[in-house]
Design a protein around this ligand. Structure first.
Ligand code: CTP
Length: 407
């Protein structure tokens, strides 16, 4: 058997990027031989094994044929007859279809190196269409390597367009899609992920609620960029530049969905878009089974981001309601993430990227003021049950009034 390093490890070494995990392909071996060498099979009918010591993935060279829809719809053909070239041709991108032996000799039958130099994300062959998840993968790679000047080859974008129109994307499982989406959002230029998905028509299928924001105007006084879709991309860009967490980035992407529901006669105003957007945010959250912290923050940011911007004008009672909604006493980190998302929203506007955001410190100060209220003296006064809750609220309101007067 011959063993080669493949995929991302080869690509990233040639790009001079750090290599995190290594995938291997094994040519000329049978399952029995792999098991005899101590490799552990990953799944019952999947020709992938884990190395007994390193835990790295070793896949038997294989060709793939499609038998139906979705992830379960693959049949694999792995045999000792399958050559390295036959294995590589069914991979997604030319830059991912290079192999290297233990002497660092490169096998590059589909010109991956040429495309690395040309900064092109290009599919290897029509076999690309065997896995519709690749539409998301290409958009993710575009987001990752945009800074290096990579773009999607026009013929690949066309193939992605056909796949998006074919209805295949609907068959992807939530888990596989979320894995790509969450990784893409954590790239340096996550807005490119959304742009590429939009360009090939996949955004309309995967997140029609986000797609609908393009072409929707907002008032120029607050939004010099005018277009809500453009604004959303800028907010995401700001979130990446400020190294925000996945939860914040997810909330940034979804915060304005309600604006897509405004009747055209009301444009460019979007009265109560915060509240109207909640059902859309919920639908997107559930579609991809986003983790609980992402779901929660997206809904809270959707509902309260305007409160964040207007923090300095809020009445103490409204401020208190905001803090209570966030359960800021037990979940301080979540409130910090809310503040971060609001700040990204404020900066994700044309020409306003460097603006200051005094609301952030003001909100932090308000949370601290409310937190200073001690429960013990109220217990000592004999309050308990719901009355205790009311007494704490009254004290917190007092603290917020004092805070506002001083600020
Ligand atoms: N691959 C593919 N189609 C997929 C998934 C993977 O063709 N849907 C192939 C590609 O050759 C890829 C390799 O399998 O390079 C390894 O896949 P994976 O580990 O998911 O990605 P990497 O390319 O290593 O990229 P990353 O750095 O994002 O992990």
């Amino acid at each position: 058997m011959q063993i080669y390093k493949v995929g991302g490890a080869v690509r990233d070494r040639l790009l001079g990027k750090p290599v995190t995990d290594i995938d291997w392909v094994v040519v000329g071996a049978t399952t029995e031989e792999m098991l005899a060498k101590g490799f552990r099979p990953v799944g019952a009918d999947f020709p992938v094994f884990l190395h007994p010591k390193s835990g790295e993935e070793y896949a038997l060279a294989r060709t793939e044929r499609k038998s139906g829809r979705g992830y379960g719809g693959f049949t694999f053909h792995a045999s000792t007859e399958v050559t390295l070239e036959e294995d590589l041709i069914r991979r997604d991108l030319t830059i991912n279809a290079m192999a290297e032996d233990d002497q660092q000799n490169l096998t590059d039958p589909y010109d991956g190196q040429r495309d690395l130099e040309a900064r092109l994300l290009r599919h290897v062959s029509p076999a690309f269409a065997e896995d519709p998840l690749r539409v998301l993968r290409v958009a993710r790679f575009a987001a990752r390597y945009a800074g290096l000047g990579f773009t999607v080859a026009p013929e690949t974008l066309e193939l992605m367009r056909q796949l998006s129109e074919s209805g295949e994307l609907e068959a992807l499982t939530a888990e596989r899609s979320w894995k790509e989406i969450s990784r893409a959002l954590m790239e340096d230029q996550p807005q490119v992920f959304i742009e590429v998905l939009r360009e090939c028509g996949a955004l309309k299928v995967l997140m029609p609620e986000v797609d609908a924001l393009f072409g929707v105007p907002q008032p120029e006084a607050h939004h010099p960029e005018i277009d809500t879709g453009v604004h959303t991309l800028s907010v995401l860009e700001q979130a990446a530049q400020h190294k925000q967490s996945l939860t914040v980035r997810w909330a940034c992407l979804l915060h304005d969905l309600g604006k897509g529901l405004t009747p055209e006669e009301e444009w460019p105003r979007h009265i109560a878009h915060e509240h109207k957007g909640l059902k859309l945010i919920k639908a997107v959250n559930e579609r991809f089974k986003a983790p609980k912290d992402c779901q929660e923050l997206a809904l809270l940011v959707g509902e309260y981001h305007t409160h964040g911007h207007r923090a300095l004008e809020l009445k103490p009672s409204t401020l208190l309601e905001l803090l209570q909604s966030f359960d800021v006493y037990r979940r301080p980190q979540r409130f910090e993430e809310f503040i971060a998302a609001c700040e990204m929203d404020a900066r994700g506007r044309k020409g306003l990227e460097q603006r200051s955001y005094p609301q952030a410190d003001y909100l932090r100060g308000a949370a601290n003021a409310a937190r200073t209220v001690a429960v013990q003296p109220l217990l000592e006064k004999g309050f308990k049950g719901p009355e205790l809750g009311e007494a704490i609220k009254r004290e917190r309101l007092k603290a917020l009034k004092a805070y506002k007067e001083k600020a």
